[in-house]
Design a protein around this ligand. Structure first.
Ligand SMILES: *Cc1c(COP(=O)(O)O)cnc(C)c1O
Length: 368
């Protein structure tokens, strides 16, 4: 029992190349949001997603706020979101003055249930924000078909799904626009950071305009709208350019780690391995199984027992529809069950095969 092992739930891999580009940025003096790395990062990341435009932002939450604002979504509007997501998805809607409308998850993929979206649509609905939870894409054909029928925008919250694919097409290219996050525990990091990606030139231009205090190119201190300072710094982007060079390797590591977990845990009773729909290529941002009653211990007990052995884990996100600021007494049974049963096991880029074996040994052992 007396071991000093510490296995973090997610740790970024940052090396010499990051140091080189960030140092270059510091030496150049271009540390705010002007400088070559911002443009380079925007272009490279858009290309990675198979779309034309990227607008880099200071974090993923404001990327979502920015694109909603650019689509003129605001007070009196409704935006459909899953309840089982990081709270930022709903908060970004609330920042605009619009109301987030919560929809249940589907049992097959744990993502927003397309069948439940249609019932949540009203004359006020303006957009749907599917979230690719833990790296597994949402069922985008079904969602886009509903959106087309009702004339709604579709904005992917792909904060957890860099490189995930839906029927062969990359996350970020599956709706009208998408956002990603580059926070320290995401698949690649810029420290904090985010991006809006889209194929829509006028939407991208409006995002650039609004993120820069609605600054007119020809009269820099005359503003005709209330904009924001949501820009990414060149420092962040330098880190991002270096990270993006390695993204295929980082994703391969996550898939390999997930395969290792599944080989070890696939037939443990009461431990449900995360889904991968036949049309999906998930990137396992988090290796996220469920602990069901058959396991014999509940999720929180499992987390406590892992912690005793130096293994960090996380519970699934809380259901946002039950949080005090959004609670209207709504019941979303699938999301609620997933939220209390789900666990994120160590999933970072620096995780070793021995670490995974240790986590699996501890999990298997604790059932006895
Ligand atoms: C991380 C995350 C965000 C927000 O990203 P930040 O960069 O931390 O602001 C938004 N949505 C989801 C689903 C996330 O996981």
């Amino acid at each position: 029992m007396n071991n000093h092992r510490h296995i973090p739930v997610a740790e970024p891999k940052i090396g010499e190349r990051e140091l080189e580009l960030v140092s270059d940025c510091v030496r150049s003096g271009w540390v705010s949001s002007k400088g070559k790395y911002v443009n380079q990062f925007e272009q490279n990341f858009a290309e990675f997603c198979g779309v034309k435009y990227g607008v880099a932002t200071f974090n993923g939450t404001i990327a979502l706020h920015l694109v909603l604002a650019a689509l003129n979504i605001g007070a009196g509007d409704e935006v459909i979101v899953p309840s089982l997501t990081f709270v930022a998805t709903a908060n970004a809607v609330a920042y605009t003055g619009a109301t987030p409308i919560f929809v249940d998850s589907e049992p097959e993929t744990w993502n927003i249930d397309p069948a439940a979206i249609e019932a949540a649509i009203t004359p006020r609905t303006k957009a749907i924000i599917p979230v690719h939870l833990y790296g597994h894409p949402a069922d985008m054909d079904a969602i886009n078909a509903i959106a087309r029928r009702h004339n709604l925008w579709v904005i992917e919250d792909a904060a957890e799904a860099h490189g995930a694919k839906y029927r062969g097409k990359p996350a970020g290219s599956l709706g009208d626009a998408a956002i990603f996050s580059f926070m320290g525990n995401k698949i690649i990091t810029t420290g904090e950071g985010g991006v809006v990606v889209t194929d829509d030139q006028s939407l991208a231009e409006r995002c650039f305009f609004l993120q820069n205090h609605a600054r007119q190119p020809d009269s820099p201190y005359w503003h005709t709208e209330i904009g924001f300072n949501y820009r990414m710094t060149n420092l962040q982007a330098a880190l991002g350019v270096a990270q993006l060079e390695q993204i295929d390797e980082f994703i391969a590591i996550r898939r390999r780690n997930a395969a290792h977990y599944m080989a070890r845990l696939g037939d443990v009773p009461g431990l449900v391995i995360p889904p991968q729909a036949e049309w999906a290529e998930t990137v396992y941002w988090m290796f996220a199984p469920l602990i069901t009653p058959e396991f014999g211990l509940d999720r929180d007990t499992v987390m406590a027992k892992l912690r005793e052995r130096g293994i960090e884990s996380r519970p699934f996100f809380g259901c946002v529809h039950q949080m005090p600021m959004y609670d209207s007494g709504q019941s979303l049974p699938v999301a609620e069950k997933l939220s209390v049963q789900g666990i994120n096991l160590p999933s970072g880029t620096t995780l070793s095969a021995a670490d995974i074996d240790f986590v699996c040994d501890v999990l298997i052992e604790m059932r006895r």
